[in-house]
Design a protein around this ligand. Structure first.
Ligand SMILES: [Zn+2]
Length: 468
């Protein structure tokens, strides 16, 4: 089995010669994609568990540009499952790719193709992760990387592009404006077009996620994916469909596409039974899925329908909160868009659709270390006293007593009524149990003093503060 050396229109079915991977059918304007040649032998995968293991189902490249992408863990999320009340929840951890995002799969294939065709410059419109990936791979083979980015790009992603030595031009407020500019520059300059929405190799790169999931645990009952342009949803679905067509699997999962409540042209259209995404601007903290004109929207809607899936929306707050859960329960630091699949597991209609015992894979696409919102909120936290408020209170009480022996009531007054008298007594009991405070009866009252151990603890805390 091998790939047909042509691109096929997803709308009218016309075949196009692949001199260069490009988007847009000359007949109808539909999106083009690679198709598999049926019946030319069984497909098998060999070699280490990396992206290039799936070479037999990828368009051929003569030069391979790699940074060790793919082969990411499919992690059983036991603690997260318990917190959400699901039994078989898995996270496909794409933050483990070389530039910490799933876009490394597309970038590896796209830059390999550019290098195979002998290009020395490429152009790429990007709202973050894809540009960071492409610039890294381009750096590896000395291809000049020209990036067009909208004004609002996450600082961490921009930092990656700069460090990988890309030439960066800011253009407009939206990814749509950046894409239009990249299209013009491709024509004017003759550069290789690496924009994910304009290069069908992008879908081929991303579909390998589905192949990996199947090799790692078989076909799950559900796969949940965040949707921006709709390309990821389409790619994941293409992967599962291909495997079934190749006889590698006997079934496909159902898919759930998640968008931000503030920007949901695909989910809105799915609910209304439309075959094309809705129009209109929107906003969300999840920059990776802030796409108001989703180029792959129609194909994402098709994937949702074919799989009898669901399209849902989650609020920014829910995404941020799910991101905290993924980190604290599973040790994976995801960006807000990547947390959307887990966030939707709290929605009633999602919970009702998924049966007990169903296996669910959430795609975690990219690292939270790249995003502004999470990092700035953490910086604010750090400025506030964060030594644990309970610990800080106990330390303060211990210091008050260390001045001179005193009573619980006097301590409460000294703390200016920040907490109830009962809470002060609870802290005192804890301190006494730990052997830091001692008490002697004075009629009905207890006179409190600091023990030798309590003084040693205070001294240690003083030394720690000098260090900090
Ligand atoms: Zn067409």
């Amino acid at each position: 089995m091998s790939l047909r050396p042509s691109l096929t229109c997803t709308k009218c079915g016309k075949r196009h010669a692949p001199e260069n991977p490009r988007q847009g059918c000359g007949e109808c304007g539909g999106l083009l994609e690679y198709t598999l040649e049926p019946g030319s032998g069984p497909v098998s995968f060999s070699g280490p568990m990396t992206f290039w293991r799936y070479r037999p189902v990828l368009p051929r490249v003569t030069k391979t540009v790699t940074l060790g992408e793919g082969g990411t863990p499919l992690q059983r999320a036991k603690r997260l499952s318990e917190s959400l009340g699901f039994e078989n929840l898995y996270l496909k951890d794409e933050t483990r790719n070389p530039t910490s995002s799933f876009k490394d799969r597309s970038a590896a294939l796209i830059v390999s193709d550019a290098a195979s065709r002998g290009y020395d410059s490429l152009i790429c419109a990007t709202n973050g992760n894809h540009g960071a990936s492409v610039s890294a791979y381009a750096a590896r083979v000395d291809i000049q990387c020209n990036l067009i980015v909208p004004k609002a790009v996450d600082l961490g992603k921009l930092a990656q592009m700069m460090m990988y030595d890309a030439k960066i031009v800011e253009a407009g407020d939206s990814i749509e404006e950046a894409i239009a500019r990249a299209q013009r520059l491709e024509e004017e300059m003759g550069w290789y077009q690496a924009t994910t929405e304009l290069n069908p190799l992008s879908v081929e790169g991303l579909k390998t996620i589905s192949y990996e999931i199947v090799e790692q645990r078989g076909v799950p009952d559900w796969v949940i994916v965040a949707m921006g342009s709709g390309a990821t949803m389409h790619s994941i679905w293409k992967g599962f469909k291909e495997m079934e067509a190749l006889g590698l699997t006997g079934e496909k999962p159902r898919v759930i596409g998640v968008q931000a409540t503030g920007c949901s042209p695909i989910a809105g259209a799915y609910d209304k039974g439309l075959s094309e995404p809705e129009h209109g601007r929107g906003d969300t903290v999840a920059s990776a899925i802030r796409v108001s004109e989703p180029i792959y929207g129609e194909l994402a809607l098709r994937a949702l329908r074919e799989s009898r899936g669901l399209a849902v929306t989650v609020s920014d707050e829910d995404m941020v909160s799910a991101g905290k859960d993924i980190a604290k329960y599973e040790g994976i630091f995801a960006e807000p868009a990547s947390s959307a699949p887990v966030a939707c597991l709290k929605l009633d209609h999602v919970r009702n659709a998924i049966s007990a015992g169903d296996s669910v894979v959430c795609l975690v696409t990219s690292s939270g270390l790249k995003t502004d919102d999470i990092l700035s909120s953490l910086t604010k936290h750090r400025k506030a006293p964060r030594l644990g408020s309970r610990l800080a209170t106990k330390e303060r009480i211990l210091r008050i007593i260390s001045q001179q022996p005193t009573h619980g009531y006097a301590i409460w007054k000294e703390l200016s009524g920040e907490m109830t008298l009962g809470a002060v007594y609870q802290h005192l009991t804890d301190l006494e149990v730990r052997g830091l405070v001692t008490s002697t009866s004075e009629g009905k009252r207890k006179l409190l003093g600091v023990t030798e151990r309590g003084r040693r603890v205070l001294k240690a805390l003083d030394e720690l503060q000098v260090l900090l």
